[in-house]
Design a protein around this ligand. Structure first.
Ligand code: ADP
Ligand code: MG
Length: 344
């Protein structure tokens, strides 16, 4: 693929993943409003990091995000991408180098899926062959068979398929930065979970710097490298890894956002293979078993469902590594809380 992004964000030429994003005391006051929608927002996002903005409706998530690609102009403050002041760049140029996915998907209804995905490469002047190859590659990446979907119109796709096409379009020119505003919000729970796991798989491959807005804390925990819990005027109540926020919410506001079941949510972040197991190794036989890549939540679930007092941890080669009891699971949780380590 022709790499036009290098011209704008130099270090994306040498490191294939993302670039840093820095916001410094960014404020947005909409015309005629007394109260700012975003007030003195500061944050540094590392290259390749997936940061979730989570907070209630109206707290300023979308406004904060849209200032990064200047769909909304800040009232004051500064924003740098890859060290460059974005306020000094042409907004049109800037947007061609930032992928953008919105809740309403926003596919162009009178264009086919292929034409939608080709939008930015066309603006960047890629050749027909380059565009065709890229469209095919991307539709495969988001698991929409090109032979079946390339020439359909958006209305001929399900909601989940449209979301995938939206992600493919945002990725088209391989932008080092992606902004995603509640991209899976409009889909049913089963489709959403599928899109989330596909998205995680994709991000593991491409390593973009991503700001992902959601009002769903569980989605934030599942996807984020770090989560920014926001309150009114986009005030940052806590900015940390999911494990750290779940283990030690900074205040009542964050705790209420986590809701019930914080311990279970933490267990879901902890792979069985990363905790201390008990019991002898070697085959004892007859017990329920689980593989080391499963989470402690899966292990607990198995204990509850089977009524067994321990589950065996068995690796893919059939090797028994040890066992997990209720007490082992509780101990792992306490240990992670004490060390404050980010178990991800
Ligand atoms: P969120 O994405 O968290 O739901 P928004 O960033 O959309 O929040 O909105 C933040 C605040 O700014 C809200 O109070 C909203 O009503 C207000 N707001 C958003 N857009 C405009 C606008 N164009 N003009 C005036 N106020 C706006
Ligand atoms: Mg919003």
């Amino acid at each position: 693929m022709p790499d036009h992004s290098n011209a704008l964000f130099p270090s994306s030429a040498t490191s294939p993943g993302g670039v840093s994003i820095e916001l410094d005391s960014v404020t947005k006051t909409y015309p005629g409003q007394k109260v700012s929608a975003v007030e003195e927002f500061s944050m540094r996002i590392e290259p390749g990091e997936l940061v979730m903005f989570v907070g209630p409706s109206g707290c300023g998530k979308t406004t904060t995000m849209k200032m990064v690609n200047r769909i909304i102009e800040p009232t004051s403050g500064s924003i740098r991408i890859d060290g460059q002041d974005v306020l000094g760049l042409s907004p049109h140029e800037l947007r061609r180098h930032i992928g953008y996915v919105i809740q309403q998907i926003g596919l162009f209804p009178h264009m086919t899926i292929a034409e939608n995905v080709a939008t930015v490469p066309r603006l960047l002047g890629w050749s027909k062959q380059q565009i065709a190859a890229r469209v095919e590659e991307l539709l495969e990446t988001v698991q929409l068979d090109p032979a079946e979907f390339a020439n359909r119109y958006p209305r001929q796709l399900s909601g989940g398929q449209q979301q995938r096409a939206g992600v493919a379009r945002a990725l088209a020119a391989d932008p080092p930065v992606m902004l995603m505003d509640e991209p899976f919000g409009a889909t049913d729970p089963i489709t959403r979970e599928k899109l989330q796991s596909e998205f995680l798989r994709l991000q593991a491959e491409i390593g973009k710097t991503i700001i992902f807005v959601t009002h769903d804390f569980d989605e934030a925990v599942r996807l984020g490298d770090r989560i920014a819990v926001l309150s009114e005027r986009s005030q940052v109540e806590q900015f940390d890894t999911p494990a750290a926020i779940l283990a030690a919410p900074a205040n009542e506001y964050v705790a209420s956002f986590i809701g019930s079941g914080a311990a279970l949510k933490r267990l879901a972040l902890m792979p069985v293979g990363t905790v201390r197991l008990s019991g002898a190794t070697g085959d004892l036989g007859g017990r329920p078993s689980i593989d080391p890549a499963s989470t402690l939540r899966d292990a607990l679930n198995l204990l509850v469902v089977t009524g067994a007092e321990a589950v065996d941890v068995i690796d893919p080669t059939g090797n028994r590594l040890g066992q997990l009891t209720h007490a082992d699971i509780s101990a792992a949780l306490t240990q992670a809380g004490l060390s404050g380590s980010a178990v991800r």
